[in-house]
Write a protein that binds this ligand. Structure first.
Ligand SMILES: [Zn+2]
Length: 465
């Protein structure tokens, strides 16, 4: 399907050849190509000159003397110019006879292309749904940020959506994402400022280069007017086998029904992964192992502690909300704990202060993937903030033994465990369960397998090639 660079190439070529040519007569062989009355179309255009050649998204705009001929090539529409009447192929659907003796043939194997006439100043009704052109100033960071923040769909799908930006199709969307090192499946709303800036920059660079190369000539769209686009030689990801950056395999998957090429290593999916588990279950050992593997793990408890240090945001907010917990200007944490332990409403109030602050700190992190140790993941309904949740589970008898080893009495240990959400409920909600009933080596092995599973993306999706 011709995209912006191919449409621009067709227009540039036509402009060189038929600018100011006059239409003497028109033959319409397949009437459905013309969106309005074919007789009227013929009547209105006869005697008109091709004055200017403009583009809006993937639409071709032929400005005539007092009309605009709007044309969309859709899948395979092409124009050919002949000296004389030329040879009419069975795929020629509209023929414009020019008064200099030449003829312009509209050829379309799939018959999906459309033509439409508008008065010069009137906007084609379908342009209302078109987003800005990639080269317009209105296609800027603020616009993209606003638009993308409302979209939960993969960024690849949004790039193809003509109401976001006009003119990008399947080939260039793959190229733009590859150049920006963004995974095509990344949710649009999760792109950060830096990634948005990259998309804008790479969109312009790649489209400009493709226009300069005369567009891309691949299976689905071949040359018309004798112009063979050469951008296929510069493609980095689309329809490629090896990644030019890391030399590993390019993978083909489907995103929104479209064949999508990307490098799983250079275009990693940004992931937020939570590790949780009951007290004593071994989640801290899992996190220690993750750190050993080179991942930074965001620690919610530690962050909470730091936010409660004098002068910090949490400390200041609690000073206002729980003045009774302050003595000599100092926070009495034990008093605060006992107040919220006994009163559900007070507990909610404290959480209402601390949770947004902890989340804010977590989302500030640029780690990709981002791991977080979240003890009360399900109790606090924080699982919604993560793409993957891991629950570390230990048999209750083993758990009690461990807690007693930590210095708790058996009764205290049972009370601690009873106070938490049931393990069965957590198991229902977690994406992955690791049972920690064996040795430390067993635990590490399970964690490594899980890491491979969630971080090796090429395994997750079926290869189409
Ligand atoms: Zn790569």
């Amino acid at each position: 399907m011709p995209e912006l660079p191919e449409v621009q190439t067709v227009l540039d070529t036509l402009s060189l050849q038929i600018k100011d040519a006059k239409i003497k007569d028109i033959k319409i062989l397949f009437e459905k190509i013309i969106e309005d009355d074919p007789d009227l179309f013929k009547q209105k255009l006869t005697g008109q000159h091709f004055r200017a050649f403009k583009r809006r998204g993937k639409y071709l705009l032929f400005e005539m003397d007092d009309l605009t001929l709007v044309c969309h090539l859709r899948m395979e529409g092409k124009f050919f110019i002949f000296d004389g009447e030329g040879i009419t192929s069975k795929h020629d659907h509209v023929i414009f006879y020019l008064d200099d003796g030449r003829s312009l043939h509209y050829n379309d194997v799939r018959k999906f292309g459309r033509m439409y006439l508008t008065e010069k100043k009137q906007r084609y009704v379908k342009f209302r749904d078109l987003g800005p052109e990639p080269f317009w100033n209105s296609f800027n960071k603020q616009y993209c940020k606003n638009y993308l923040s409302r979209r939960q769909t993969p960024i690849k799908e949004v790039l193809l959506d003509q109401s976001f930006v006009a003119g990008i199709g399947n080939i260039y969307a793959d190229e733009i994402l590859f150049a920006s090192r963004i995974n095509p499946l990344e949710k649009a709303c999760r792109l950060n400022d830096d990634q948005i800036a990259k998309i804008i920059r790479n969109t312009r660079t790649i489209l400009n280069k493709a226009i300069a190369a005369g567009g891309t000539t691949i299976r689905s769209y071949t040359s018309s007017l004798g112009v063979t686009g050469l951008f296929q030689m510069s493609l980095q990801a689309h329809d490629q086998k090896k990644c030019p950056r890391c030399k590993k395999d390019i993978v083909k998957i489907r995103v929104g029904g479209r064949g999508t090429y990307y490098c799983p290593r250079c275009q990693k999916l940004k992931k937020k992964i939570a590790v949780s588990g009951s007290i004593g279950s071994g989640k801290s050992m899992v996190c220690a192992h993750l750190r050993e593997r080179g991942f930074d793990v965001f620690d919610c408890d530690e962050t909470n502690r730091r936010l409660l240090e004098p002068g910090e945001k949490g400390y200041l907010a609690i000073e206002k909300a729980f003045p009774m917990c302050f003595e000599d200007g100092k926070l009495d944490k034990k008093k605060l704990s006992s107040i919220v332990f006994e009163n559900e409403e007070e507990k909610k109030k404290l959480e209402g202060i601390m949770h947004p602050l902890i989340l804010e700190k977590m989302f500030e992190r640029k780690d990709d993937p981002l791991f977080a140790e979240v003890p009360l993941l399900f109790e606090a309904n924080w699982d919604i903030y993560f793409d993957e949740t891991l629950l570390v589970v230990t048999d209750e008898t083993l758990l009690l033994e461990r807690l007693v080893l930590r210095g708790l009495s058996k009764e205290e240990a049972i009370a601690r465990l009873k106070n938490q959400m049931s393990v069965a409920e957590k198991i229902k909600r977690a994406d992955k369960i690791i049972y920690n009933n064996g040795s430390l080596e067993d635990l590490y092995k399970l964690v490594d397998d899980w890491l491979e599973d969630i971080l090796c993306w090429e395994k997750t999706f079926t290869k189409l090639k």
